[in-house]
Design a binder for this molecule. Structure first.
Ligand code: ADP
Length: 266
């Protein structure tokens, strides 16, 4: 007849434990699913440029195309797709270095405008192919910055490429300016925008806003994660403002080393 009574607080604890195990399970499942999505997305991202590179280089190597301009055009496509692959591989590499604590910066004095001009000219053909404008409004005589050049190129490549991917009409502008002891860089597009409730999560690894909306654009969900890590590792900040169906503005601030304010360029 004797029934052991579980004290109230004990039952609470068991219930709580049950809940946290369930939450943990859901989280694991979320990561498992996003990891599968991630692998599928990455495979797709790799396959597309590879198809172009293989196709056009096959045609060129057969020697059927005699027209010099046409050859030039094919070579440019191969070059553009190779760049795309190389930036994707860099993202993957950065992620693995961040995970294993092997992420280190190699800094040099450089003009941020030079980096942006390079990436703009790299991505201009991609924008134009979609009928989009891409232009820079770069303030002259900005102080030099002490940064990891390759990493900064990666940042602007990812942000501008996103602008192009998620914009259907209009274009993307890239602005640089100085503000007290900071250098600001703004990447603004007239694209689909990001819903307010998704905004806080876009910096997460693998995170992509509503897959049905973005599926056709392709993407790994890694770009913004890498961008934020790189900017923060330079002591900078990155923020976003976005309105659905109007566009997004990503703003970066980097500190100018006070002692070296006199080192100016262009
Ligand atoms: P992805 O490879 O999917 O582009 P990112 O990490 O670069 O991954 O971006 C995460 C998500 O944030 C994207 O899937 C997209 O939904 C959203 N996003 C990023 N940049 C923009 C933008 N400029 N306009 C609209 N949505 C964007």
């Amino acid at each position: 007849k004797y029934k052991q009574k579980v004290p109230i607080h004990g039952r609470d604890e068991i219930a709580q434990l049950g809940n946290s195990i369930q939450t943990l399970g859901e989280q694991l499942q979320y990561y498992e699913e996003s990891r599968n999505d991630f692998l599928a997305a990455v495979s797709h991202e790799i396959r597309t440029p590879l198809t172009y590179i293989k196709g056009y280089s096959d045609v060129l190597s057969k020697g059927i195309i005699k027209n010099r301009e046409e050859q030039e055009e094919y070579l440019q496509i191969i070059n553009k797709e190779t760049n795309r692959l190389s930036f994707l591989v860099n993202d993957l590499f950065e992620m693995s270095k961040l995970q294993t604590g092997k992420f280190e910066l190699t800094k040099e004095w450089t003009s941020i405008n030079d980096i942006m001009e390079k990436i703009i000219s790299n991505l201009k053909p991609v924008a134009e192919k979609k009928g989009l404008e891409l232009w820079g409004e770069l303030e002259e005589d900005l102080p030099l910055l002490y940064v990891d050049i390759r990493r900064m190129e990666q940042v602007f490549y990812n942000l501008i490429e996103n602008g192009i991917k998620y914009t259907n009409i209009g274009g993307i502008s890239v602005r640089s300016f100085s503000k007290r002891d900071l250098i600001g860089i703004e990447i603004k597009d007239t694209g689909i925008g990001i819903p307010q409730n998704n905004l806080p999560r876009i910096w997460e690894r693998f995170y992509r806003v509503d897959s049905s909306r973005t599926r056709k654009t392709g993407g790994s969900g890694l770009g913004l994660y890498v961008v934020k890590q790189i900017i923060e590792s330079h002591g900078g900040t990155i923020t976003v403002k976005s309105t659905e169906n109007e566009g997004s503005i990503f703003t970066i601030f980097l500190t100018i080393d006070q002692e070296n304010k006199s080192r100016r360029n262009r």
